[in-house]
Design a binder for this molecule. Structure first.
Ligand code: PEP
Ligand code: MG
Length: 597
């Protein structure tokens, strides 16, 4: 979406990596290497092979350098992407074939390299896999590097220091190289929120907005730009007023949020009346682990384990998983790490080539785990239970819809627990098991499910889409996706009360927990634990600390009696404005003339 106001252009894309950048645009255009076709004279053949081998070596050296930078500046996960590219480059099968074809067909190396890589892409093609695009772009990255080196071209990282990089897309390698120029931010036409490039932007702490569609047409080199990675807003040639607004906002963020973070980090998430709320974080990547300590979070409330499949789409071994979970558990010790079992399917990692007509209502979460226990459930449970010996762990089951699923899960769980004991493997005495409550049937049956569980965690992201029949990823119906719909409120209350009647604690790990407007309502309903996006933790902690429980309970009663979303939202805004004036002023007033703000 774009909107012109005065001379400035306002765009809205997908927030990729949080933070605000204000600076000059650097338009990055990757010049695609040429692919000449030339027949070789017999005496030219050996020279061509040498030229190909030299290009291969140069490409390997470049990748080694990028891996080194990635290891130092990002983390081992990021380096792994380039290690995979290096492996591809060294694939004997591919380059022996290339050499053999140069000899037999007497064609130049560029032409054959190009054909072989395209054929390779064709062979591994899996367009229904959501990570396919990323894998394909990794292969193309290797191809371009080789072609460039065949022509002795160099990808000049001539990015101007401290600029904002504008491009249609960026490869992870581009971003790592550019980071040496201290780039301030990134604005891209394409890209999804889980792309490798985004993962790296987050770990490099470079604000990024993606999916802007036409930023490369709208911004000219040297244009002033604002990239707001928190909200996905980008402003091209901002007016003086907008610039001042953002400079103020940035200063506020820097002064307040940093001070906030520092001050709040050592304070408990405790209401004004003294009720302790557990405030945990949602994490997906290991590079985010240090945030648990710096933010003073009470551990991890949701660790999404699916990214373990990211970019490989294949089985992850028990040993690999064990090392991974152990690192997580040890990093947050003595706090708890809640590891969710693979929530595969739907809009996440897909396993089969069968295209489901309605994947959100299809083969997803616990259904896959129970259908393919040997492949997924067993290695993951063994790995998590083994990691439990090194700290405090909880297990969370995704997409539960019935008691039978929980019972079937326990059959495996008990057997695997006993099996590990019998093998003499150390396992914690008690590893609590909880279920995501994210499907209406689970919400309705909460008391029966709660009898078999140690805790539950409400996944509002899915619960709202299933309850209101509104696809969480569909722009067309985005305005119908309402966290404060009366039916949502009543369902949340039903879940919390039902679980409490059975004596178990309730967490909420959907994005609603990260919405400061919802805080007073959730405390008023008696929620025990919030699991939030790390970027939002200070603000949620601050808001919790302004809540008085009795006032919150009365407000919640009033809200439950209302029948319209708008009325509920207005009341919550009024509470927020009165009780968190400082936050409210910055967030609501200064930004209120934003389109769709
Ligand atoms: C949810 O559905 O609210 C949730 C936290 O899980 P995910 O977003 O991973 O589906
Ligand atoms: Mg979910």
């Amino acid at each position: 979406m774009s909107m012109r106001k005065g001379g400035e252009i306002r765009l809205r894309g997908i927030p990729g990596s949080p933070g605000i950048a204000i600076g000059r645009a650097f338009l990055f255009e990757r010049t695609r290497p040429r692919i000449p076709h030339r027949h070789l004279a017999p005496e030219e053949v050996e020279g061509e092979i040498v030229r190909f081998r030299e290009a291969l070596e140069r490409s390997e050296r470049e990748l080694h350098k990028i891996i080194e930078i990635a290891r130092q500046k990002v983390d081992p996960d990021a380096a792994a992407i380039f290690e995979a590219q290096l492996l591809m480059l060294r694939d004997e099968h591919i380059y022996e074939r290339i050499e053999q074809r140069i000899r037999s067909e007497r064609l130049n190396a560029e032409a054959i390299v190009h054909e072989e890589f395209e054929a390779y892409l064709e062979r591994i093609q899996a367009p229904e896999d959501p990570y396919w695009d990323e894998r394909a772009s990794d292969v193309r990255d290797v191809l371009e590097r080789l072609l460039r080196n065949l022509q002795k071209g160099r990808l000049l990282s001539n990015v101007e220091e401290s600029s904002i990089v504008v491009a249609d897309e960026l490869t992870p390698a581009d971003l790592v190289l550019f980071s040496r120029r201290n780039i301030l931010g990134v604005a891209l036409d394409y890209g999804g929120p889980t792309s490798h490039t985004v993962i790296i932007a987050r770990s490099l702490r470079v604000p990024a907005v993606l999916g802007l569609h036409n930023i490369t047409d709208l911004a000219a080199p040297g244009d002033m730009l604002i990239v707001d990675g928190y909200t996905g807003r980008v402003i091209v040639r901002p007016s003086r007023a907008t610039r001042n607004l953002y400079h103020r906002h940035l200063r506020w963020l820097e002064n307040h949020i940093r001070t906030f973070e520092r001050e709040l980090a050592s304070l408990p998430a405790q209401t004004r009346c003294g009720r302790r709320i557990w405030l945990r974080v949602n994490l997906e990547f290991r590079e985010e682990l240090p945030s648990v300590a710096t933010l003073g979070a009470d551990g991890i409330g949701l660790y999404r384990s699916e990214p373990l499949f990211l970019g490989r789409g294949k089985f992850v071994s028990e040993e690999e998983q064990y090392a991974y979970y152990r690192q997580i558990v040890e990093a947050v010790r003595p706090e708890v790490a809640t590891i969710r079992l693979f929530d595969l399917g739907a809009d996440k990692v897909l396993l089969s080539t069968y295209r489901e007509p309605n994947p959100f209502l299809g083969w997803r979460g616990v259904r896959i785990l129970l259908d393919r226990p040997e492949e997924f459930l067993r290695p993951q449970l063994r790995a998590i239970l083994r990691a439990s010996a090194h700290g405090s762990v909880r297990i969370l089951i995704p997409m539960v819809t019935s008691l039978e699923e929980i019972e079937r899960f326990y059959v495996y769980y008990r057997a695997i627990y006993e099996e590990l004991r019998a093998e003499g493997v150390a396992v914690a005495e008690r590893v609590p098991v909880g279920a995501m409550i994210e499907v209406p049937s689970a919400a309705v049956l909460i008391e029966r499910l709660a009898e078999r569980l140690d805790f539950v965690s409400i996944g509002t992201n899915d619960l709202i889409q299933y309850l209101l029949a509104v696809d969480r990823g569909n722009d067309l119906v985005a305005d119908l996706y309402q966290e404060f719909h009366p039916a949502v409120l009543h369902t949340l209350k039903h879940i919390i009360d039902g679980a409490h009647r059975k004596g178990i604690s309730v967490s909420l790990c959907g994005e609603m927990a990260s919405n400061p407007l919802a805080t007073v309502l959730l405390v008023g309903m008696g929620l025990d634990e919030f699991s939030v996006n790390p970027v939002m933790l200070p603000e949620i902690k601050y808001t919790i600390r302004q809540v008085d429980c009795e006032q919150a309970r009365l407000l919640t009663e009033e809200l439950l009696a209302l029948s319209r979303t708008e009325e509920i939202e207005k009341r919550l805004q009024a509470w927020h404005r009165t009780c968190c004036p400082e936050l409210y002023r910055m967030k609501m007033e200064e930004m209120e003339d934003w389109p769709g703000a």
